[in-house]
Design a protein around this ligand. Structure first.
Ligand code: NAP
Length: 225
């Protein structure tokens, strides 16, 4: 059984993707900072034979290396990596933005994704695996003064650059670009948004294509209600 590692697996899109991955026959490695949430999810997904919970801060490279090592110790392989952990903006645009929040966003959304790729690369090379990155529709459109949007433009650029580096080595690279999605990312409910399950189905679509097919971009947006 293939092994599917997800960062930002404690809630939202990552949690939903873990559930869909298990339904699709994968074993999963669940990484985030919230130890209790990850432990409860791992138990719910079937316990240690199916799901491994690993506490990890994606802004810390050593923590990501330890995450990859724990996955290999437990399951012996990593076939799919979903670099999904991310944080949002505390205020819209630049004038209302907060510089400490900008630091968190850049470290988590940009540097964290590069660390995940680097920490897992050796294992994806061994498995001729698949790397997915969570960008955003906000990384394709202009949002007035948005630093969050700029972090997702960076993820989109990095995904394209990685595809050039990794496809020739047999590793597939997919950028997942959700529009508004109703998750704990927001303090209030987003009834007009996608559900996390809607995005997770796009993730599973990309990984279930034949190995001769690289799905480059998956842009998923809600229909007007
Ligand atoms: N919701 C949307 O409308 C939307 C749209 C487009 C793209 N996205 C992107 O989708 C991804 C998932 O977001 P979501 O909507 O599912 O929100 P979410 O429910 O808030 O999930 C974010 C996940 O990232 C983890 N995380 C945050 N900082 C971390 C860190 N330093 N180290 C490890 N894990 C960390 C969180 O877990 P812990 O707090 O337990 O660490 C959580 O599991 C993000 O990259 C986000 O930018 C969201």
């Amino acid at each position: 059984m293939k092994v599917f590692l997800i960062t930002g697996a404690s809630t939202g899109i990552g949690e939903a993707s873990a559930r869909h991955a298990v339904d699709a026959g994968y074993r999963v490695v669940l990484a985030a900072r919230s130890k209790d949430k990850l432990a409860a999810l791992a138990e719910d997904l079937g316990g240690p034979d199916v799901a491994l919970a690993v506490t990890c801060d994606v802004t810390d490279f050593a923590s990501q290396q330890a995450m990859a090592a724990a996955a290999i110790d437990h399951f012996g392989q990593i076939d799919v990596v979903f670099a999904n952990a991310g944080v949002g903006a505390s205020g819209a645009g630049t004038e209302a933005g907060n510089v400490d929040n900008w630091r968190d966003m850049v470290l988590t959304n940009v540097l964290g994704v590069t660390y995940t790729a680097k920490a897992c690369l050796e294992h994806l090379t061994a498995s001729r695996g698949h790397l997915l990155l969570t960008g955003s529709r906000a990384g394709r459109i202009i949002l007035k003064g948005s630093v969050y949007g700029a972090t997702k433009w960076a993820v989109a650029g990095y995904a394209s650059n990685l595809r050039e580096e990794l496809n020739p080595r047999g590793i597939r690279v997919t950028l997942i670009e959700p529009g508004l999605t109703d998750t704990p990312f927001f303090d209030d409910a987003k009834p007009d948004g996608l559900t996390a399950d809607d995005v997770a189905r796009g993730v599973i679509y990309a990984v279930q294509q034949p190995e001769s097919v690289n799905v480059g971009d998956v842009l998923i947006t809600p229909m007007p209600r």
